[in-house]
Design a protein around this ligand. Sequence first.
Ligand code: NAP
Length: 456
Amino acid sequence: MSSYPLRVAVVGAGPAGLYAAEALVKGHDDVVVDLIDRLPTPYGLVRYGVAPDHQKIKSVTRVYERTGNHERVRFLGNVEYGRDITHEELRAHYHAVIYSVGAASDRNLDIPGEQLSGSHSATEFVAWYNGHPDYVDCRFPLNATAVAVIGLGNVAVDVTRILAKSVAELELTDIADHALPALADSNVEDIYMLGRRGPAQGKFTTKELRELGELVNADIVVDPADMTLDEASTKLLEESRAASKNVEILRSFSEKPLEGKPRRVHLRFLVSPVEILGDTAVEAIVLERNRLEERDGGYLAAVGTGEREVVPAQLVLRSVGYRGVPLPGVPFDDKSGTIPHELGRVLDAPGGVPIPGAYVAGWIKRGPTGVIGTNKADAMETVGTLLEDDLPAIDPEKASPEAIDRLLEARGVRVFTFDHWRALDEVELTAGEEQGRPRVKVTTVRAMLEQAGLAP
Ligand code: NAP
């Protein structure tokens, strides 16, 4: 290791970045970390992705807080990679850089009508109701009576649940203040969760699926005919406990009588959206019936049968997965939407050679899969690799926290520190307490900076 402390920059303060920072300083007294994020607030998708009615999942921030408070970890919020600092500058000031920026975009369906007004990505809707500063001005046609949610993952379940819940349930959460009145005025009656494959291929986790059957405000509708599985899916149930549990729950949904609740959640299987209809705004979605076909390796693929139906819907939320976005100056594999790597070392191309001092962790490394905890092992692998490597030396003049502070100050960057975050956190928690809610989020960067006395 170098003669001065090993300086590591971690870009992206979501779960992967925080686990990486923790692994870097824990048991390594000679490592210091600067945790950089373009937003003033840390915790990434735990703050802006995890559903507001899933507060228990958010309690993981207590662990992150310890890392943020660590004497050898600095949080540099409101610093945007690519705008305020470049890869070359990071490389000059740190022995190593870990990119843990997540997957900021979403995948498209590439079908006609996808650009109509009222057709959105679920990630946009999630970021909006969670108060992400970039999404506060979004508008969704919540006067819709029917909504189509495409996909059978946990994000699809989250948005369905939020659309189905009553305002009395939502107002007990930390949902953004701008989302609450919009959802309170919603006319939504029917929410269609549309899966291109069968009940055994749902990507949702069992706990999240079960929750859909417990909604106070919505009945769950599953066609019993959909619960007759093909041979390959039946075999899958013997191999996968998760799939078998999910199918058991779905079967119980299909047998449950409707209770006449104000809303209905319809779970549909073996249907693919092929077109979104409407003049300027979404009016309906065209679905093609699928069958499953086994491919090499046992994957059961959805294959269209040509049989079509039209389902009226005035809001379409596609929830078919997140997608990584390229970072300036860092290699990117467009096919997978990730940074090419080997055990966390950034490679110049997929299967290529390592770029000295550059590392990657989290969704931008392995793709947008897994739960929050998955990022711990992922980040630990990267940190293990980093600590084993012979890292390039850096100019001692630049090897100090002050050098990076000077650089950012010269650019007029208003750095939001962990102390600032702690103060903002307190303000949000206190406001929440007054309203009987977990917190009331501050949702604009300007208001966050004002609170910290950093506003221009
Ligand atoms: P996901 O789990 O990958 O689910 C994506 C869904 O979209 C799948 O059902 C997939 O079907 C479907 N899909 C993909 N392309 C499609 C297309 N062209 N047409 C129709 N359907 C299509 O992704 P996600 O829901 O965005 O979740 C991302 C990760 O975050 C997951 O690991 C998830 O578990 C996690 N997460 C966890 C929680 C929680 O723990 N509570 C909450 C939110 C998210 P196929 O299977 O056929 O590809």
